[in-house]
Every structure is written in structure tokens, then in C-alpha cells.
Design a protein around this ligand. Structure first.
Ligand code: TYD
Length: 225
């Protein structure tokens, strides 16, 4: 039987607990012998990690909003062509911590560049590569802010944005989800991590992603974040 790949993305504001869920899913897939590749944005390849450093460095004050949008999409193009598409072609599950919806929300809504412009630029970067399923961890700005202060020692260039910026980003995500109801699953990020993870698993089961991608042998080492 020829397996088709399946592309899952996780999205949410900073402090939404998305990283924890990605880690839980990675461990679960390993235990269950489910063949999957895990990656993150910005980053995931050598070049994309270099672009990530430029984007997040607090010293890079001269970056314009437009340059930021292009850097995120440049990093995405490299990741899509070198890692995501080849893995999907091999029938694997690919899980990405943030993807194009982060650009639409952060640069389109947060930076006021507009969703249409950011989508257009990213269509070129994606070159047809779209997620099949997106988990949005939705969290009010206030709780996100508190969590960030608790866990992040030194804030990067994106984390230093105002509360108003973060509010716009959150609304951006919710609007994209509304426009794409089949692809998006909205999760209440204020719930316990176990409860959220349970919802993620049942959604994957409902879509038969788990049964279709179980291998008999142990999967090769999944790609590290
Ligand atoms: P990161 O440390 O990876 O944040 P997190 O753990 O919350 O995912 O930093 C990535 C930052 O870049 C984060 O603030 C979100 C932002 N971002 C954008 O603004 N646009 C994008 O397209 C992507 C992928 C991320």
C-alpha cells in the first residue's frame, strides 16, 4: 500500500505551551513506532537556523517589518524544499512547530503588513506545500504574558513586542482558523497539558493518521528540533 504523507503544524502565541505539546507528541510517536519527522520554524535546516539567529537577535534593530517578513519566508522556502516536501513524498508524517500561519498572524496582523500581502509572498515560498492539519493553542494575552515572564529569562527580538501586538497576533490566528475550519483545531491553552494532549490524540485518531503511519519496525531517529 502506498502511504501518503501527512503534514501537521502547531500554532499559537508565545507562551501558549505549544512546545510542550510538540514534545509530548514526539515521545508518543516514538513509543508507538509512528514514522514522523519533527521540525520547527524559523529553523529546521542549517541555513534556516542561521536566518533564525538574524531574526531573533535583539541587536538587529535595523530590521524593517518587510525584511522580517521576507526572512521568515526565505527560511520557510529552504525548510519546505529540503526537508518537508521530501519527507511527505516518502509518506511520512511531518510535524512543524509554527509555519505559515505564524507569518500571517505576526507579520500580517501584528506588524500590520496585511494578511493578503503576507499570504502572497508565502505562496511563493510554500510552492504548493500546505499543512493538512493545524492545532492552534489559543491563549489570552494576559496568561501568555505571565507564563513568558515565569519561564523566559532573556526575551528575544520577537518576544519584546507590546501587549497590543500580541493581542493582534492572537486575533489573527483566530481569524485564519475561522477561514479554514476543516484544517484547524482550536485548543484552549489554559487547560492542563494532559487534557490538551488527549484532544490532540483523539483528533489524530479521528482522522486515521495514527493507524495509517504505524510501522512494524522501530522508526529511524526522528529529526531533532
Ligand atoms: P521561538 O523561540 O521559536 O518561539 P516559540 O517557542 O514561541 O515558537 O521564536 C519564534 C518567534 O518568531 C516567535 O515569537 C514567533 C515569531 N514568528 C513570526 O513572527 N513569524 C513567523 O513566520 C514565525 C515562524 C515565527
Amino acid at each position: 500500500m502506498i502511504r501518503t504523507g501527512f503534514f501537521i503544524t502547531f500554532e499559537g502565541v508565545d507562551g501558549s505551551g505549544k512546545g510542550t505539546q510538540v514534545e509530548m507528541l514526539k515521545n508518543y510517536f516514538k513509543e508507538q513506532n509512528i514514522d514522523a519527522i519533527f521540525t520547527r520554524e524559523p529553523g529546521g535546516t542549517k541555513v534556516s537556523e542561521k536566518i533564525r539567529e538574524v531574526i531573533l537577535d535583539n541587536n538587529n534593530k535595523e530590521l524593517t517589518d518587510v525584511a522580517e517578513m521576507f526572512l521568515f519566508s526565505a527560511s520557510r522556502s529552504v525548510l519546505v524544499e529540503n526537508l518537508i516536501k521530501p519527507a511527505l513524498k516518502q509518506g511520512k508524517i511531518v510535524v512543524c512547530d509554527r509555519f505559515v500561519d505564524s507569518s500571517i498572524s505576526y507579520q500580517g496582523y501584528g506588524r500590520n503588513l496585511g494578511a493578503d500581502l503576507v499570504e502572497k509572498v508565502n505562496d511563493i515560498a510554500l510552492n504548493g506545500c500546505k499543512p493538512n492539519l493545524t492545532f492552534l493553542l489559543d491563549l489570552s494575552g494576559e496568561i501568555g504574558e505571565k507564563r513568558n515572564k515565569q519561564f523566559v529569562e532573556k526575551q528575544d527580538r520577537m518576544e519584546t513586542n507590546s501587549a497590543m501586538f500580541k493581542q493582534k497576533v492572537r486575533l489573527g490566528f483566530l481569524e485564519i482558523a475561522q477561514r479554514n475550519p476543516k484544517r484547524f483545531v482550536i485548543l484552549d491553552a489554559s487547560k492542563s497539558k494532559e487534557e490538551i494532549f488527549g484532544q490532540i490524540l483523539s483528533e489524530l485518531e479521528k482522522r486515521k493518521v495514527l493507524t495509517l503511519h504505524k510501522t512494524k519496525k522501530k522508526p529511524e531517529n526522528s529529526h531533532e528540533l
